[in-house]
Each structure stands twice: as C-alpha cells, then as structure tokens.
Design a protein around this ligand. Structure first.
Ligand SMILES: O=C(O)CCC(=O)C(=O)O
Ligand SMILES: [Fe+2]
Length: 222
C-alpha cells in the first residue's frame, strides 16, 4: 500500500517535470530540469558508464571526416559510447523508457512529430571542451531536440564544465545562460536554434547525451 502511494507520488512528480519540459521548450526553446534523475538512478547509470569504460567501448567523438585529428581535438574533446537499445543494461533501459515517455508526451503537447531518439554516454576528461556549435548542423538533419542528463555527483561551481547556451534575442543580440552539470539535472533545447558550448572542467564530466529525431533512428544514416 505504502509502496503504491509512493509510486503514485513518483509518477505525479515525473508528470510535472514532463509538463515543465514541454512548456519551457515551446516558450523559450530550452528547459533545465533539476532532479530529473533520482540519486540512485544517477549512481546506477554511472556504474554502467564505468563498466563501458572498462570494456574499452568509448570512442573519441568526431565532428566530420574532413577535419584533422588535431583540429578535431580542439573543437571537441569528449569520448562517447552509443547506446544500442536492444543491448541496454537495466539502468540504461530505465533511462530509455523515460525518454520514450517524454517523446510521447512532447508529441501530444507540442506536435513536433518526433519518431525516435538516439543517446550516448559521454565523458569529457579534465580540460577538454566542445566549442560553440549547433546540433542540427545540416538541413537534412533529423535532430529536433537535444537532451543532456548530467551524472556528476558533488559537482561544485569551482569544478567548471558549464554548458553555455546562447539564446537568440529578436534584436539579433544573444543572451548567455550557464548550466552547471550537476547530477540528476536535465538540459534540453531546440537542436536547430540554440548555439551552445561546453566549457572546460577540472574533473571528469559525465553525462548522457542524445537527440529526439523526426525519423526512425536506423534511417538517419541513409
Ligand atoms: O554536455 C553538454 O552539456 C553538451 C554536449 C553537446 O553540446 C553535444 O554533445 O552536442
Ligand atoms: Fe551540442
């Protein structure tokens, strides 16, 4: 009985978060939601991330075949490990299920016609950055919304590593919003509209990064 009441409260709280995501995305083009992941979910996902590190399945992230490795490293210093849903470990599956729920909620409320998503685990070693960019960099790109969930326990301002969003004003100027990558926090934004960058941190910076797509995932490589 108590468990049921607890679950009800949990799903109410989650629904409230989905509402906030949808409202803020349509209103301002971005949303920052705290406690999107509970501390135990963060811990479990960190364990999976560590497991993937031990397996050696993280790869240096790329920015396109034309770039040289050195240029690439200056532009983007993270290591990534794509999630294959059919092979996801239980904590990752819980996370993917939540993303499915969000996708359905956003489609009901925002009419974006989202069809699928893709996510990877991400590690930024100390001192690495991702320079200013937009996630939907080509017109035939199917990324509509960017989602980042941070997994950094006990992260302080002194640790750096902010996500910096550049919000376009109507008069052509920009407003900067800095987001500290604290555990459980979700940052999401319009992939086609909002330039952003990752600033250097003095600790390893862990996250799950992904995109809501307007086409089924397996087709995006065609
Ligand atoms: O980790 C972040 O805060 C943002 C990552 C990012 O911009 C990207 O992977 O495209
Ligand atoms: Fe990005």
């Amino acid at each position: 009985m108590e468990q049921e009441i607890f679950l009800e409260k949990e799903s109410e709280a989650l629904l409230l978060k989905f509402e906030q995501i949808a409202d803020r995305l349509s209103d301002k083009g971005y949303a920052i939601i705290d406690n999107f992941l509970q501390p135990d979910e963060v811990r479990n996902l960190l364990e999976v991330l560590q497991l993937h590190q031990e397996e050696g399945t993280f790869k240096k992230a790329g920015i396109g075949p034309a770039e040289s490795v050195t240029v690439n490293r200056q532009v983007r210093g993270d290591f990534i490990r794509w999630i294959e849903p059919s092979e996801a470990l239980p904590p990752t599956q819980v996370f993917l299920d939540r993303m499915h729920e969000i996708l359905r909620y956003i489609n009901r409320t925002c009419f974006l016609g989202l069809k699928d998503f893709e996510f990877h685990f991400t590690v930024y070693p100390p001192g690495t950055v991702y320079q200013r960019h937009i996630d939907q960099f080509r017109t035939d790109d199917h990324r509509r919304l960017s989602f980042i969930c941070y997994l950094n326990e006990d992260w302080q301002h002194e640790n750096g590593g902010n996500l910096r969003l550049y919000l376009p004003n109507e008069d052509g100027t920009e407003e900067e919003v800095d987001v500290l990558p604290i555990a459980g926090r979700l940052a999401c934004f319009r992939a086609d509209m909002i330039p952003h960058e990752v600033l250097a941190a003095n600790r390893h910076r862990y996250s799950l990064t992904g995109w809501m797509l307007d086409q089924l995932n397996e087709l995006t490589f065609l």
